[in-house]
Design a protein around this ligand. Sequence first.
Ligand code: SF4
Ligand code: MG
Length: 288
Amino acid sequence: MAVTIKDLDVKEKIQWCPGCGNHALISSLKGAIAELNLPQHDTVIASGIGCSSKLPHYVNTYGFEGIHGRPLPVASAIKLANTKLTVIAVGGDGDGYGIGVQHFVHIMRRNYNLTYIVHDNQIYGLTTGQASPTSQLGMKTKTTPWGVIEEPFKPLAVAINGGATFVARGYAGDPVHLKELFKQAIQHQGFAFVDVFQPCVTFNKLNTYPWFQERVYKLEDHDVTDRWAALKKAYEDSETEYKKVPIGVFYKVDKPTYESQLPQIKKKTLVEQDIENIDITEAYKEFE
Ligand code: SF4
Ligand code: MG
């Protein structure tokens, strides 16, 4: 007997461990989408591979689960094809800061109008607990039995220096605050990046909810237009040996988006353009 989408009970298919930070993260994202009244048929979520990247399966918008580390190329191509869509890219710290870091670096400096959310659990969860680029120094994992000795990747500092025009960090243990961050990121006109502390309760026994509860605080009286103040805050966690871990909006600046400067799509989106009568004679000759 044929099985259709209607036969699937999506709730029962969620494959995240009980207590995983992904549950709160997705409810914050759904809340943001609902409160911004984003039409589901005009919203697309693209992901890579990992526990995080199952997210598009569980949200009732369009979705595209791609390959490891590649949510940003997919998301930016979708945006270029149809600039009227709200486009959100999601992935994990291994996906985005390891396998796909070259896309992060180059796509953020183009300033496409899209939102990039990283579920940062500081470990590879889906592959059962290897060190990721954001695993803390000294952390013991399957691949670092004597502790991490590499300097951890600093996503916020990289984004502030790299051209992202909205840079924020949230925490899955504070889903109301996280929802507000997502709303601001989605509304921002340009590349909005949100790194989210998302406890992996199964494999990361260091960065647990109690660990974050003791350290996380919300940024207040912080000038988001001051790049140097933002950078200082981005280093505060490691500089204080993780005694103070700020969350909130670190940096925000208004700049023209990449797509707004493309003459080819000034009048009409790519998908609205008629390609029936384009003369391809010269291009065709090359393949004759
Ligand atoms: Fe969440 Fe970790 Fe389980 Fe993956 S392995 S679903 S990140 S708790
Ligand atoms: Mg991870």
